[in-house]
Design a protein around this ligand. Sequence first.
Ligand SMILES: [Zn+2]
Length: 141
Amino acid sequence: MADVARPPIVARGEEKVWFDRLREHELVFQRCTGCSHAVFPLRTVCSHCQSESLDLERSAGRGAVYSFTVQHRASHPFFQPELPITLVLVDLDEGVRVVANLVDSAPDVARIGMRVEAVFDDVEPELTLLRFRPAAGEETS
Ligand SMILES: [Zn+2]
């Protein structure tokens, strides 16, 4: 599968901000200046009060698994060598929920409530992806 190219990521607007910050190893979300609601994914309007006044904040990158799934079929041939892939929905301590791959652990390690921390995976010079790994003290095998 080495001859299969990674599917391209074409990021614009708030998505571009997201990927630019990941490249700086920063996990960001927004905080509404009107109602203080934490907002994610990045957007132009608060999902709680529809205010357009949103500040970017940096997450400490720690949270708990809300849910997870283990993929045994690749969504694209490029990802075939990575199978099985554990996808986790993580409630960050700042109050937003994000999705990413779980790394540095066996595929059957994920469990609801498990503490995880962000990892910044520099997969290409211009592309960094968010991953999570079990936090120190969590079972990893
Ligand atoms: Zn708001």
